[in-house]
Design a protein. Sequence first.
Length: 502
Amino acid sequence: MKRMFSICSLAAAAIAILTAQNASLGMFEDRNDVGTVLHPGAVQYFPANEAYTITGSGENMWAAADAFQFVWKKVSGDIFLSADVAFANTTGDPHKKAVLMIRQTLDADSAYVDVALHNVGLTSLQARETKGAATHEIESAMAAPKRVAILKRGDNFYMFVAAEGEMPQMAGGSFKVPITGTFYVGLGVCAHNKDVSETATFSNVSLSTPRAPATDSKPTLYSTVETITVTSTDRRVAFVAPERLEAPNWTPDGNSLIYNGNGHIWRVPVEGGKPVNIDTDFANGINNNHGISPDGTMLAISDQSQGDEPNAPRKSIIYTLPLSGGMPKRVTELSSNSYFHGWSPDGKALAFVGDPNDNFDIYTIPAAGGKETRLTSAKGLDDGPDYSPDGQYIYFNSERSGSMQIWRMKPDGSGQEQITSDGFNNWFPHVSPNGNQIVFLSYEKDVTGHPADKDVTLRIMNLADKKVTVLTKLLGGQGTINGPSWSPDSRRLAFVSYQYLP
């Protein structure tokens, strides 16, 4: 009897200890080190301000596996987690991380999405789409925010950031990751150095289930002007706004992006900042077909504010004007429904799409205006012409083979040949300034035309061996890369992704 009493007492004590430990974690259930760490982590909870001080070791949270301290709760459905985040000190590795995380399992290589604040102030939405896959990220334009948040709605994940005294705002960009059933949500710290431990405090932590949108409510569209580094596939936000923005062009000096929005042209610093309107005088119906001359002095636009026939639907007309702004000069005359797509490398000619004969084909015309030269006449749509940087080819997309694929031809229209042949519909080819690669937009095979707001993929082809790889997946399409969008050094691309939030 004494032995039984002793065993019962020990069991009760163990249960009491576990209950106390769980209560000490506030809204979370448990905590543990994920992956391989040399120094065990720790968590302290301060209920007065819903704060957690977390100490974690670990080499990194990146690539195909993670190592960090994680305090978590099992949940399901949609989740919104927010917190004020601060490191205990600014020493240690520049990329030590404090994260708000949603994770499928506690395995080191689990699928996950997090908002990660780095020691250097870099704040990013990170994701591993499937177990054991590589990690990708979207960097916020705001450095070292005071408060961060992560939102899960279905398979879509969004990052929110706020400066001191502000409410969190959508930071732009999003990932689509199938984290399903019961999963883990919580806070974590990684030292980014396997030999040490680092500490961060998460205060005013809030964990909630976002309200379901009303059945009659219309979601808000956000447009994110982004760049992506080709080698790493890391993305960075330049600007985000609750309106439709489209088709960024990179200025030849490498410092700015030019895009259209609400019928006007805007300029924003590549690394983020406040957009500035470029004066285009009467042209206030500018669409997503525009581009900058090779010498960086002129801008070609396609505008629908005018028209050749009174009271008729406004058709697109191509104009040129100084990149600094000014009075547009009309270029196309016969093709009153004309859409610019590319400058010749010497700046003397424009490639465009027009339909004077009720069939969209590819044309060229002197940049100063003059005779239009028709280059294609195949049955079906030809679109998206852009010159190679050596001037030897014009790349374009055509549906003449039964699906939309990438083609190329000589600048006089001769030698037309198909470049891609796969299970996608491929649009808007753009050759890198160094001539080594070509980027294009891929729709699923059942999508007709180039509509907006579709799940699409940016893919890149190495022109030496014709190998095609995926750069990134996003909600986009029309407006994503209609015009030339390479950086001058061929290292990065600019594009627009779209997000819908209630």
